[in-house]
Design a protein around this ligand. Sequence first.
Ligand SMILES: Cc1cc2nc3c(=O)[nH]c(=O)nc-3n(C[C@H](O)[C@H](O)[C@H](O)COP(=O)(O)OP(=O)(O)OC[C@H]3O[C@@H](n4cnc5c(N)ncnc54)[C@H](O)[C@@H]3O)c2cc1C
Length: 456
Amino acid sequence: MTALLWLRRDLRRADHPALRAAVDEAGEGGVLPVFVLDPGLWDAAGDARREWLGATLAATAARFDDALVLRLGDPVEQIPALAQEVGADAVHVTAETTPFGRRRDAAVARRLAEAGIAWRETGTPYAVPPGSVRNGSGKPYRVFTPFRSAWWRHGWEEPHPSPRGVTWASADPHQEAVRRVEEAATAYAGRDRLPAGEEAARRRWRAFVADHLLDYDEGRDRPDLDVTSRMSPYLKLGVVHPRTLLHDVAPLVHEHDGARDLASELAWREFYADVVHHHPRSLWSDLTDGLRAMRYDEPVEDIEAWRQGRTGFPIVDAGMRQLLAEGWMHNRVRMITASFLTKDLHVWWPTGARHFLDHLIDGDVASNNHGWQWVAGTGTDAAPYFRVFNPITQGRRFDPSGAYVRRWVPELRHLDGPAAHAPWEADDGYAHGYPEPILDHAVERREALARYEATR
Ligand SMILES: Cc1cc2nc3c(=O)[nH]c(=O)nc-3n(C[C@H](O)[C@H](O)[C@H](O)COP(=O)(O)OP(=O)(O)OC[C@H]3O[C@@H](n4cnc5c(N)ncnc54)[C@H](O)[C@@H]3O)c2cc1C
């Protein structure tokens, strides 16, 4: 028989239980790996996201011995049509966990059932499937630290060995899908960015483990140093599975704070997926009720300054420009820029979350939207609302040499050291066209706190 393997957030060959299941079921008939470009999602994505996906798909095609078939259209139409075209008896997938993915998959599975084709889900993009970790009374966790302990106790499987000598089936690709992917991959190759593909991910990970893992606890808050793993863009598309990473990190956690903190960050990713599993509506509305009465401003002119990195606050602008240029931003700077939008510009967090998702190559709706809610004070473990990030002191503290700001804001490159964080203090601070601050942080902080008080 022939089995279809519909790839989505699992663009890899190693440690891939759904691939293994497809190979086992298909036998001689072979496995047909397919990726469906959904034009709605493709067209809505910013250049950085499209190019990263294109480059990753090109690398995945090579990893799958050029057997990967690209289709263009709504998967609800495309997958059943392709399955019938090649006479497949089953469609294998890694289970989706987002509300959008679950709804779409249910629609595809229904269509397949009508045609007598089986739908098989094996594995998830997480070490522990969302929904599996419960407290003593069988309830889900709302707070991270106890979740992390229970998640750790729950444990996960060892990485799955890759099947060898796979027989691939074949089908014609959609030429327009091929053209779009090639165009995006070519554009990506012309830029000096994170290399795409499974082997590149493994290389990056091995270098991180060798050079930075054990000191991760010290360097992880510094955007001027490239010392975090940068696994998030790979994890987003499933180029690497968290199980594979935890296999290397878990044995070190009791001896090394760096390994402990890295495992903990991976646990945040799992926690947010778990929260979304239990509270799907929390993706686009406040998880908690505490700030339901909060007065927000409509996003108007100033939001464009935030989006384009022209607020006049150097660390905020550096981050927002990195986002537009690279599709990635350091975690500390995500927090600073999110705080600026929600507490200095008083804009409700979903507006910012949407902008991040349009541009981040690691854009993950659970981690992103709950990261936003954490900063906004509406989510799990919410930082108290009254803790408002000061973008100037944050910049000086976490980018002490000003190197991060100078890298992304050319108009400030003439200012040495930490002076890049305060152009208003230098005679020639605005000599190269850098904008003056669009607001007074002290005033907006007071305003944010007044609005907070008014909700109580
Ligand atoms: C406002 C905001 C938006 C965010 N949006 C996203 C997003 O869309 N996608 C995304 O993957 N992460 C998001 N994060 C979390 C975090 O910023 C990134 O995961 C991290 O910067 C990725 O870089 P890295 O791979 O070098 O991380 P490392 O520091 O090397 O951490 C290793 C891995 O742990 C996970 N991780 C680390 N920190 C977090 C966190 N706070 N929450 C959840 N998982 C975490 C990631 O999978 C990451 O790849 C967001 C955080 C905030 C505050």
